[in-house]
Design a protein around this ligand. Structure first.
Ligand SMILES: NC(=O)c1ccc[n+]([C@@H]2O[C@H](COP(=O)([O-])OP(=O)(O)OC[C@H]3O[C@@H](n4cnc5c(N)ncnc54)[C@H](OP(=O)(O)O)[C@@H]3O)[C@@H](O)[C@H]2O)c1
Length: 93
């Protein structure tokens, strides 16, 4: 996306950019002139999605849904990242 001109990216995840790999990725993008916002939140929680959307000042050009949770011990939690985000995205954007 950044190679095709995207200059503003918002990432959302429950742990934010706390892992070394995530922090390094954000650093690499920023060094290339990309404005990166990291929102710590759960895509299945409407308030979290609303908070993430409120950080966005530019017109929203696209949403990439890559949240996935393969916790087979709790199918409801596992599916929430897929199904609830669809509903939250529709009511927020
Ligand atoms: N890996 C593959 O081989 C493969 C193949 C085909 C398709 N895909 C698809 O590609 C996507 C990503 O796969 P991946 O392998 O990159 O998975 P991954 O490494 O497990 O990453 C999943 C990401 O989703 C975030 N996430 C999970 N539940 C969330 C929630 N409720 N709210 C916000 N963020 C949430 C996780 O961050 P937090 O835990 O910090 O929230 C994590 O960053 C999935 O949609 C998957 O179906 C993957």
């Amino acid at each position: 996306m950044t190679e095709r001109g995207a200059r503003h990216l918002v990432f959302m995840g429950r742990s934010g950019a706390t892992s070394p790999a995530a922090a390094e990725h954000v650093k690499r993008l920023a060094a290339r002139g990309v404005q990166v916002t990291v929102v710590k939140g759960d895509v299945s929680v409407l308030e979290d999605v609303e908070r993430a959307v409120k950080t966005i000042e530019e017109p929203i050009a696209g949403v990439v849904h890559a949240a996935m949770d393969l916790d087979v011990s709790d199918f409801g939690v596992s599916m929430a990242a897929e199904t609830d985000f669809g509903r939250n995205r529709c009511s927020t954007i």
